[in-house]
Design a protein around this ligand. Structure first.
Ligand code: NAD
Length: 480
C-alpha cells in the first residue's frame, strides 16, 4: 500500500492523515467494489440534501472568501448548477451502470460482446477557488455514481468555503466513502502523489502540469480541467444588443473569475465602435451603479486585484484605448473592478498572452472570417469559444476552422451546465471530459468482454498449423 505515512508521520500530521484516509478508502472499496444502484442513489441524494440544508451557509462562506459574492451568483453557480449534475446522475445512474451490448462481427459469432462499467476505486479531486463548491462537487456526482470512493482537496484561497465543504461532507458521508482534505500547496502536492485510480484536477495550466507529472509516477490517469483565453467572436450578422448582453453577463458573472468566461472579443473592424457602445449599454443596464449594487462580486484576493490592475496599466501604457465602465478608483477598497474594455491591444501584451480571469475585456478587430480564425489558432487551444450571428456559412467556417474545449453559439457559458454535453478542454486548456454520462465513463473502467460460444470451434486455428489452417484464415479474411 502507501508509504507516505511512514515517511511523513513525524513531520506533518496533515500528510499522515492524508495517507491514513487514502488507505481507509482503499480498504472500504476492497470490501464493496460494486455498490448497488440504490446505494449510489442514496449517496447522490445525501449530497443534494446537504447542499439544500446548507444553502445560506454556502452563500455566506463564499462571500466571506471573496470579500463579496452576489447571492444569486452563488445560488446559480454553486448550488443550482451542482444540483443539476447530481439530479442528472440520480436519474440516470441505473441506466449508466447497465452492461452495454456491442455488435459482434460475423466471423466471431455466435460469440457475443458487451461492455461492463466498473468502478475504478479511489478517485482524487483537486478543486480551485473560483467556484469552490461547484468545482469540487460536480466531479463528485459522476464519481460516486460510478461507484468510487472519493477524496477532495479544495483550494486554500477560499478557507471559509473549504472548511464548510469539509463539514458538509463529513456530515453526509462516513470515513472511507467521501472525505475532504484542506491544506496548502504542499498538501496539494502530496495529494497529487497518492496512487489514486483516477485524479481530476481543475485549476491553472501551470499547476496542471505538476499534477500530471506527480500522477505519472503512479500511472494514475488524470483529467485536467484547465483554463485559457476563450474568444467571443461577433459576426457582422449578429444582433449586437443581444450579443453584448450575453458577453457582459458571461464576463461579469463572478467578476470574470470563471474558467469559461469570454476572455476577449473578436469583432469586424468596421463595427468595433458599435460593439463598444453596445457593451457599455449592456453593462450599465445590468449594473447601473457598481459602487452600490450587491449584484457585482469582488476579486478574490489582493494579489489577483493587483495582477488585473497591472494588466490594464500595461495596456494603457502601450497606447491601447482603455474604457472603464464605472469608477474603479472608488471600488478598490472592496476589491471590486468595473468591466474595463481595452480596444485593439497588441498581442505581445501580458493581457493578450495570459488568461485574464477578471473583468477586463479586450476587443480585437478583424478584417475577415479567416483573419478571426487565424487569430484564435495562433494561440493555445481555448477552453470555450463563443460565436454570435445568423449567417450559417460563417458559423460553419468558425466551427470547422477552430478547436476549442466547448462552444456556445449566440450566448456565453451555457454549454457548461448542459449536462448532456461532455465538458472539458483540449490542448493547453485540458484533457479528458466529465459531466453527465461522459463523467460516469471517465470515472469507470468500461470493461470490454467477449464471451465465446460453446458452438465455436477455435481448435481449428490452433497449432500444429497446417495448410488447412491457412485455408480457414483465408476464408475468414473474406468476412473482415
Ligand atoms: P491553481 O492551479 O493555482 O490551484 C488549483 C488547486 O491546485 C488548488 O486546490 C491548489 O491548492 C492546488 N495546488 C496548487 N499547487 C499544487 C501542486 N503543486 N500540486 C497539486 N495541487 C496543487 O488554480 P486556481 O488559481 O485555484 O484556479 C484558477 C485556474 O483554474 C484558472 O486558470 C482557471 O481557468 C482554471 N479553472 C478551470 C476550470 C475548468 O473547468 N476547466 C474551472 C475553474 C477554473
Amino acid at each position: 500500500m502507501l508509504t507516505l505515512a511512514e515517511t511523513n508521520d513525524a513531520v506533518d500530521p496533515a500528510l499522515a492523515e492524508l495517507s491514513r484516509a487514502f488507505n481507509a478508502h482503499k480498504a472500504a472499496f476492497a470490501s464493496d467494489f460494486n455498490p448497488s444502484c440504490s446505494e449510489r442513489e442514496r449517496r447522490l441524494d445525501r449530497l443534494v440534501d446537504v447542499l439544500n440544508q446548507n444553502e445560506d451557509k454556502i452563500v455566506s462562506a463564499v462571500s466571506k472568501d471573496f470579500g463579496h459574492r452576489a447571492r444569486m451568483e452563488t445560488m446559480f453557480g454553486e448550488i443550482v448548477a451542482t444540483i443539476g449534475g447530481l439530479s442528472m446522475a440520480r436519474r440516470n445512474v441505473g441506466k449508466w451502470m447497465k452492461r452495454r451490448r456491442v455488435p459482434t462481427p460475423l466471423h466471431m459469432r455466435p460469440g457475443h460482446s458487451y461492455i461492463v462499467p466498473q468502478a475504478l476505486g479511489v478517485v482524487g479531486i483537486i478543486a480551485p477557488w473560483n467556484y469552490p463548491f461547484f468545482l469540487a462537487l460536480s466531479p463528485l456526482a459522476p464519481a460516486i455514481a460510478a461507484g468510487n470512493r472519493v477524496m477532495i482537496k479544495p483550494s486554500e484561497l477560499t478557507p471559509h468555503s473549504s472548511d464548510l465543504l469539509k463539514e458538509m461532507i463529513t456530515e453526509a458521508f462516513p470515513d472511507g466513502e467521501v472525505t475532504v482534505h484542506t491544506g496548502d500547496v504542499e498538501l496539494g502536492a502530496a495529494f497529487s502523489s497518492l496512487p489514486f485510480d483516477h485524479l481530476l484536477f481543475t485549476g491553472s495550466t501551470a499547476v496542471g502540469k505538476k499534477v500530471a507529472e506527480a500522477a505519472a509516477q503512479n500511472l494514475t490517469p488524470v483529467t485536467l480541467e484547465l483554463g485559457g483565453k476563450s474568444p467571443a467572436i461577433i459576426d457582422q450578422s449578429a444582433n449586437l444588443e443581444k450579443a453584448a448582453r450575453s458577453i457582459v453577463f458571461g464576463k461579469s458573472f463572478n467578476a470574470g473569475q470563471t474558467c469559461v468566461a469570454p476572455d476577449y472579443v473578436l469583432a469586424p473592424r468596421w463595427i468595433v465602435g458599435a460593439v463598444v457602445n453596445a457593451l457599455g449599454q449592456a453593462f450599465e443596464s445590468m449594473y447601473p451603479d457598481v459602487n452600490s449594487t450587491s449584484d457585482y462580486s469582488s476579486i478574490v484576493s489582493d494579489r489577483h486585484f493587483s495582477r488585473l490592475t497591472a494588466l490594464v496599466a500595461d495596456a494603457a501604457a502601450s497606447g491601447a484605448t482603455v474604457i472603464e465602465l464605472g469608477n474603479n478608483a472608488s471600488l478598490e477598497s472592496r476589491r471590486k473592478m468595473a468591466l474595463t474594455i481595452v480596444i485593439d491591444p497588441s498581442r505581445e501584451l501580458a493581457l493578450m498572452q495570459e488568461e485574464i480571469f477578471g473583468p477586463i475585456l479586450p476587443i480585437v478587430p478583424y478584417e475577415s472570417v479567416k483573419g478571426a480564425i487565424d487569430y484564435v489558432n495562433a494561440g493555445d487551444r481555448p477552453l470555450a469559444l463563443y460565436w454570435f450571428g445568423d449567417d450559417a456559412d460563417r458559423k460553419s467556417q468558425i466551427l470547422a476552422g477552430t478547436v476549442a474545449g466547448g462552444v456556445t453559439i449566440n450566448d456565453t457559458n451555457w454549454h457548461v451546465v448542459q449536462e448532456n454535453l461532455p465538458f472539458g478542454g483540449v490542448g493547453a486548456s485540458g484533457q479528458g471530459v466529465y459531466h453527465g454520462a461522459a463523467g460516469f465513463e471517465t470515472f469507470s473502467h468500461m470493461k470490454p468482454v467477449f464471451e465465446q460460444s460453446r458452438f465455436t470451434n477455435t481448435k481449428m486455428l490452433q497449432p500444429p498449423y497446417s495448410p488447412q489452417t491457412e485455408k480457414i484464415l483465408n476464408f475468414l479474411r473474406r468476412f473482415i
